[in-house]
Design a protein around this ligand. Structure first.
Ligand SMILES: [Ca+2]
Ligand SMILES: [Ca+2]
Length: 508
């Protein structure tokens, strides 16, 4: 009997340890890095792996526990989403050893690195596509070919170069879609995942995850049951190689569609919350919280857990938030609060923490991916070289790390503080929201249960506001400043003021 009890205790402990490890990413903060634009160590004007390694202490200072590196595999384009060899790193970023050094140095700081896995399509110069175009086996059916150009509302079909047929290419002719109905393709993709997991990657961000297997034109090109099934199969495989690997999907859609990728816990670990991103931007820009409240309520009503949706403000494909906020730092601060009081795993896009914005000189996507602004010097401290081979935005004060680092009330230091508070107060990451009806220009809500409740108040207007708070009479500590506050009926808040009031006790 005693043996059985010991065994049971062992199983319970082992299960707890295992499940904690497998879900290590819950409530952690991630940082999205474009290697090309982050920091250049060899003076050739292009950011590199060693640059990210050199800046790991900075990244850690943001309270970050994980980094998503945008594509680092061999590709001819600046963005890297048209890969021609999945087993080679992009030589402009350094060597594979440099990347492994980055993994190891990150690990020393308790930071895991996930890689961008772009597998809906390859670049058209990938050897598989060249062979497929020539109908060389086993590559003939590695891509989605049709003898006649299919009719209907398709994203895009392109004529083969040598092959007198059409190939499907969701993102244009330069990026042909792989054929995931072909089991050989699935096996090749699994090999790629295993290769990088074995080298030290902590998981993957899955590009264009809703586009994998299409069943026809129009809406049948996205979110098909076969696509969800593929990701479930892939997830099971990845966990068999590395149980704690993280898979986060880019499903650029509303939360209803996104939720299907959870698939009862067998699918992906996380998916980015595009709907939430828009709602946060609207809430912090206009002070109008209705969309945010809607999306919170929707997430609670769906079958996937609330923290399945990874919150973020912007990424390399969307307009930088500071452009939406017309360079108003109070709005950027409100957005930071809404982001970092979200349950689950928030992602910060590099530069967002200093309010980097796009200028008219940065054209199209490059404008969203300009170099990181480390200081006010020429080339923003990004490179010691003379030549800058990427766009630069405006790095004048306060739009750089050096300036904001020293300023106590900077956006950068607010990001740091909020990340730190996430680790101390359960209310910060709680899924229990209660929105307080108030002036439209006041963002006001509580988070958490009675033992760890936080009261969050932001004055989004350009004037002092007095708000009726008699339902919340009491003594509080503002965990942002450690100042004590007493609420008795009316509460006055300065323009742009943020308070996170707590009656909670610290986490042990
Ligand atoms: Ca370089
Ligand atoms: Ca596809």
């Amino acid at each position: 009997m005693r043996k059985i009890v010991y065994c049971l205790i062992f199983v319970v402990i082992a299960t707890c340890l295992y499940s904690n490890e497998a879900t290590w990413y819950k409530n952690k903060v991630f940082y999205e890095v474009f290697v090309r634009s982050f920091y250049d160590t060899d003076g050739n004007g292009i950011g590199d792996f060693n640059g990210v390694t050199e800046k790991l202490d900075y990244i850690k200072s943001l309270g970050v526990d994980g980094i998503w590196l945008m594509p680092v595999f061999y590709s001819p384009s600046p963005h890297g989403y048209d890969i021609i060899d999945y087993f080679k790193v992009n030589p402009v970023y350094g060597t594979e050893d440099d990347l492994i050094t980055l993994f190891k140095e990150a690990e020393k700081r308790d930071i895991k690195i996930i890689l961008d896995l772009v597998i809906n399509h390859t670049g058209k110069f990938h050897e598989w596509f060249k062979q497929s175009d020539l109908k060389v086996e086993p590559y003939t059916n590695f891509y989605v070919w049709a003898k006649e150009k299919p009719e209907g509302e398709w994203l895009s079909w392109t004529k083969g170069r040598k092959r007198d047929e059409w190939y499907y290419s969701s993102f244009g002719g330069g990026m042909p879609d792989l054929n995931f109905r072909n089991l050989l393709v699935r096996e090749e993709i699994k090999k790629i995942a295993k290769y990088w997991l074995d080298k030290g990657a902590g998981g993957f961000r899955l590009d264009a995850a809703r586009h994998i297997i299409e069943n026809g034109p129009g809406e049948l090109q996205k979110d098909t049951p076969e696509t969800v099934e593929w990701w479930t199969e892939f997830s099971q495989y990845v966990k068999s190689v590395k149980p704690d690997a993280l898979l986060v999907g880019e499903v650029w859609a509303g939360v209803e569609q996104v939720s299907t990728y959870y698939n009862g816990g067998k699918g992906l670990d996380l998916c980015f919350d595009f709907e939430g991103a828009k709602a946060i931007a609207k809430g912090s820009s206009l002070g109008s919280m209705s969309d945010f409240i809607d999306t919170v309520n929707k997430k609670k009503s769906l079958h996937s857990p609330y923290d399945f949706y990874a919150p973020f403000l912007s990424n390399h494909d969307t307009v930088r938030t500071m452009n939406i906020f017309s360079n108003n730092f109070n709005k950027a601060k409100a957005a930071a609060v809404l982001l970092l009081t979200s349950p689950g795993t928030p992602f910060i896009y590099y530069g967002e923490e200093i309010g980097m914005y796009q200028t008219a000189t940065g054209k199209g996507d490059n404008g969203k991916r300009t170099i990181m602004q480390w200081n006010v010097s020429k080339n923003a401290g990004f490179t010691q070289g003379a030549k800058l081979r990427h766009d630069i935005s405006d790095n004048k004060n306060p739009y750089n790390v050096q300036f904001q680092d020293k300023k106590k009330d900077s956006l950068l230091n607010l990001y740091r503080k909020l990340s730190e508070l996430r680790k101390k107060y359960d209310g910060m990451t709680s899924e229990i929201y209660h929105f307080i009806e108030n002036d439209a220009k006041i963002i006001s809500f509580t988070k958490g249960s009675d033992e760890n409740k936080l009261l969050i108040l932001i004055n989004q207007s350009d004037v002092i506001k007095k708000i009726e708070m008699s339902d919340y009479n009491g003594e509080y500590t503002d965990i942002l400043t450690d100042k004590k506050y007493v609420i008795r009926g009316m509460l006055a808040m300065k323009k742009g003021e943020i308070r996170i009031l707590s009656m909670a006790t610290l986490k042990p």
